[in-house]
Ligand binder design. Structure first.
Ligand SMILES: Nc1ncnc2c1ncn2[C@@H]1O[C@H](COP(=O)(O)OP(=O)(O)OP(=O)(O)O)[C@@H](O)[C@H]1O
Length: 364
């Protein structure tokens, strides 16, 4: 028997004042899975989350949890009856309640049952000694953990999280992110996490749903989204990119790095060959003799260094090509050639993405 998605969102749409903010959004989250809704500010992530939580009503589309309709048509199950936990950026703890009362807030059952569950959760988040403490006496990281304990206390089937870590400083964030993920996995909760940070999504997600302008433009495992982006913007969302422009002739595109196969494009079509800076290779310019072309790298092209910087674990080197176009390479460790130096560069053929000029995917 195939497992039902814990959360299934189909064709969700919501407009404000005639502007479509969430446009035909579909996604699923399986039990125990973390899906990240990733996209730039204003793309409609929070609105999508609010529609799923039930604090806002969709204009069209459906929200199902374990197959049961929560929103759609004339159905609108209220938020408290949906079995979802919510964690937002401002943890919104009740300031006048102690840590244990905050965690116990949404719990049903006898006093003893509640006390046991609160204790269990505070143990889990490492805050058992703070039962009688008030939120303002805790650090930001500790408050976030109380918020997590509170959201987990009623055993929600689905946890909806909106930028839950962005209020924390960098030092704290990685640790709390990993702890939170471990606890959610242990509880088997399905998680939908909203973030605008690709690194956070790559770190947390089993699946990423990449959102732009109210639409999901791509869904997949982090590795697949990174290595097979749907279009130029999707590629650029995860790292700097280089764009080499060309024109198709006879299903081939001529570049400084040799010919590229560009089947499926008509003669005269403008294409963009996109490559991430870490997939450029560099060789020294021994007497102007180019390294031999290889199937992996194609043809090497001469390039002049315009700038080189060391940024911690890698160096970023900017190049100007013979046709005055520019490229950027990242090299592990310290590599700081002087501006004006000529080097050979090549691009990893298997790491190039070809898109039609203008940013749309070949299929789209
Ligand atoms: N209740 C509302 N009334 C009118 N416009 C709204 C309402 N809620 C959201 N919007 C608009 O919808 C768009 C998407 O907002 P939303 O908060 O969903 O984006 P987001 O991707 O979560 O962005 P951010 O990461 O900045 O929170 C924004 O332009 C916002 O101004």
């Amino acid at each position: 028997m195939t497992e039902l998605p814990r959360l299934e969102v189909s064709n969700l749409t919501r407009s404000f004042g005639g502007r479509v903010v969430v446009n035909d959004v579909s996604l699923t989250v399986m039990p125990g899975q973390v899906t990240c809704l990733l996209g730039p500010s204003g793309c409609g992530k929070s609105t999508t989350l609010r529609l799923i939580a039930g604090v806002d009503r969709p204009d069209a589309g459906e929200v199902r949890m374990d197959g049961a309709l929560m929103a759609g048509g004339s159905t609108m199950v209220p938020p408290e009856a949906r079995g979802t936990g919510l964690i937002f950026q401002d943890f919104a703890l009740f300031p006048h309640l102690s840590v244990s009362d905050n965690v116990a807030f949404g719990l049903k059952g006898t006093r003893t049952e509640k006390r046991l569950r609160v204790h269990e959760l505070l143990e889990k988040v490492g805050l058992a000694r703070y039962v009688d403490t008030f939120p303002h006496e805790l650090s930001g990281g500790e408050q976030q953990r109380v918020a997590l304990a509170r959201a987990l206390a009623p055993r929600p089937k689905i946890m909806l999280m909106d930028e839950p870590f962005s209020g924390l400083d960098n030092r704290l964030r990685d640790g709390i992110r990993d702890e939170t993920l471990a606890i959610l996995k242990e509880e088997g909760t399905a998680v939908l996490l909203v973030t605008h940070e690709p690194e956070e999504a790559m770190r947390m997600a089993d699946e990423i749903a990449l959102m732009r302008g109210g639409r999901i433009v791509q869904r997949g495992a982090p590795y697949n989204i990174y290595n097979a982006p749907a279009d130029r913007e999707a590629a650029a969302f995860f790292s700097d990119i280089n764009v080499i422009e060309g024109t198709v002739q006879g299903a081939l595109t001529q570049t400084a790095f040799g010919q590229f196969l560009t089947p499926g494009y008509a003669d005269g079509a403008e294409v963009e060959i996109v490559i991430r800076p870490q997939h450029l290779s560099i060789d020294f310019y021994r007497d102007g003799q180019a390294p031999a072309p290889t199937p992996e790298h194609g043809v090497w092209a001469p390039a002049t260094v315009s700038r080189a910087r060391f940024v911690g674990t890698e160096s970023i080197v900017d190049f100007v090509m013979e046709d005055a176009s520019t490229l950027k390479a990242t090299i592990p460790n310290v590599f700081l050639p002087r501006p004006g130096t000529t080097l050979w560069i090549a691009i990893r053929r298997d790491r190039c993405f070809v898109f039609p000029a203008g940013g749309k995917s070949a299929q789209g």
